[in-house]
Design a protein around this ligand. Structure first.
Ligand code: 4AD
Ligand code: MG
Length: 461
């Protein structure tokens, strides 16, 4: 559309099934993956990142001696190739370009780190500015992009309003105190600081978005969140993206229905729109090569529901030796979550009704007085994918809970006041985008699911 001077490799792949396209004049631009020749004929594989696959450019050195220079072009160089589109049903690749002309448009030094051999994900993590040029990250970031689009689509199609809460905030939504301070001062004197008070980066948009649900029925946020949690795991990042829908007139069951249908919608969208990328993750990243099959099954089956209490019983009777022992009342760790969804349920599961003492102050107290109407959606390979709850809509219950937890009222009186001004039951959840990517691709480490990972002691570029 915007490129009238050259063709995208993704477009060429759309032309390949119609034999009448053979002979078309085309021009592609991209980066050289490999370039080899036998002295007479050269083969250059280039990739422009618009699709997973490369295109092969064939150049005839015997016919055109200028191609002697072409044969010296190194991996990593940017080139422009013009020639004829040739459909090649018998060959390994479905088509190639018979080059009339190949121009070097961006030279590459010979110490380019991405030579042909396979690189480990750990090595690629050290070069986040170059890893988008590899197959793995080309596929990963395309899945990420398609997934983001599908998330917006799901909510827009279902009547949710997109709200963008602030990233700089005066309160720590979860009361956990794991925030990054935003300051322009060296001395920590926040009264004299930019905002005249302590400011931090948001850990969740939820508290800011609840007022919008209580005005517009269904809303969602989708943006970055920040947590100064010192967790060095494969599923924790210090900056990650979160989707947070909030539904008025909804209880926990409505909330779970929304989680389940959203997850299924996104799985189907990614499988449908990223077939070659997902095939790559299935064949090259997933050890069992059953990723696509598993996702298809998940998209067409009902998620199980289990109470926290039932899960604790299962864990205690499992005969497994966990690093962290389990008793009713403890917060479940990833090892427990994964045992439940991988070994017991063998698929996604909602754990509900957690003890109030391990959950946030705003979750609705159940009639037993001990548990809250909370829900975590656990998935194999990841553990917690979603955390959500019905919100406490009763002023007295909410403020009593805040007192118990010693959460200062001043900065959250506005939030409590929503319970005085037309309060209705409502519920919502938060889904971590990168954890969803881990689940969809099996890539294994959150540092590989985000363009530039921020984790403890790690801030490259
Ligand atoms: O369970 P969390 O902490 O819930 C909330 O923040 C609520 N305010 C959400 C809501 O009800 N609106 O976080 C929600 C999800 C988790 O289930 C997980 O997927 C992801 O956010 N998440 C992280 N992802 C990457 N790195 C971290 N450090 C994460 N912490 C949470
Ligand atoms: Mg949680």
């Amino acid at each position: 559309m915007l490129r009238d001077k050259y063709n995208l490799i993704s477009e060429l792949y759309e032309l390949k099934d119609d034999a009448s396209n053979s002979g078309m004049k085309v021009c592609v631009r991209g980066w050289v993956r490999t370039n080899r020749n036998n002295g007479h004929i050269g083969f250059m594989a280039i990739n422009d990142g618009t699709c997973f696959d490369n295109v092969q450019i064939v150049y005839d050195i015997d016919k055109n001696p200028e191609f002697k220079e072409t044969s010296k072009i190194l991996t990593g160089c940017a080139v422009e190739a013009r020639g004829e589109f040739v459909i090649t049903p018998e060959a390994k690749q479905p088509f190639e370009i018979a080059a009339a002309e190949i121009n070097l448009i961006g030279d590459c030094d010979s110490d380019y780190p991405l030579q042909k051999k396979r690189h480990s994900l750990e090595f690629l993590r050290e070069i986040p500015h170059l890893r988008p040029r590899t197959n793995t990250f080309n596929a990963l970031f395309r899945v990420r992009s398609v997934l983001c689009g599908a998330i917006h689509e799901y909510f827009q199609q279902n009547g949710f309003l997109y709200i963008t809460p602030p990233l700089i905030t005066g309160n720590d939504a979860e009361g956990a105190g794991e925030v990054f301070t935003v300051t322009t001062r060296e001395d920590g004197d926040y009264e004299k600081d930019f905002f005249g008070k302590h400011a931090c980066l948001t850990v969740s948009g939820q508290l800011h978005v609840e007022p919008f649900a209580l005005a517009c029925d269904r809303v969602y946020t989708f943006g970055p969140t920040f947590r100064a949690e010192n967790s060095n795991t494969t599923t924790h990042a210090s900056e990650f993206w979160m989707v947070e829908p909030e539904l008025a007139f909804a209880d926990l069951e409505d909330d779970m229905k929304c989680m389940e249908s959203m997850v299924k919608y996104c799985i189907n969208a990614v499988l449908e729109r990223c077939p070659s990328e997902m095939k790559f993750f299935n064949d090259m990243i997933d050890k069992e090569h059953t990723l696509i099959k598993r996702l298809r099954e998940v998209a067409s089956s009902e998620f199980k529901v289990m109470t926290y209490t039932e899960a604790v019983e299962l864990l205690k009777n499992s005969g497994r030796k966990f690093q962290y022992p389990v008793e009713w009342g403890v917060d479940l760790k990833t090892e427990h979550e994964r045992y439940i969804c991988e070994e017991v349920v063998k698929g996604p599961v909602f754990l509900i009704d957690y003890p109030k003492d391990i959950k946030a102050f705003y979750m609705r107290l159940n009639d037993d007085g001990k548990t809250v109407a909370a829900c975590d959606c656990l998935v194999p390979g990841v553990g917690e994918l979603i955390g959500g709850s019905q919100r406490e809509e009763r002023y007295d219950v909410l403020t009593k809970r805040m007192e118990e937890l010693k959460i200062p009222r001043e900065s959250l009186q506005w939030y409590c006041d929503l319970r005085r001004f037309g309060s209705v039951k409502h519920a919502g959840f938060g889904l971590g985008l990168e954890r969803f990517i881990l689940y969809l691709t099996n890539i294994g480490n959150i540092r590989d699911a985000i363009p530039y990972a921020r984790t403890p002691k790690n801030l490259m570029f």
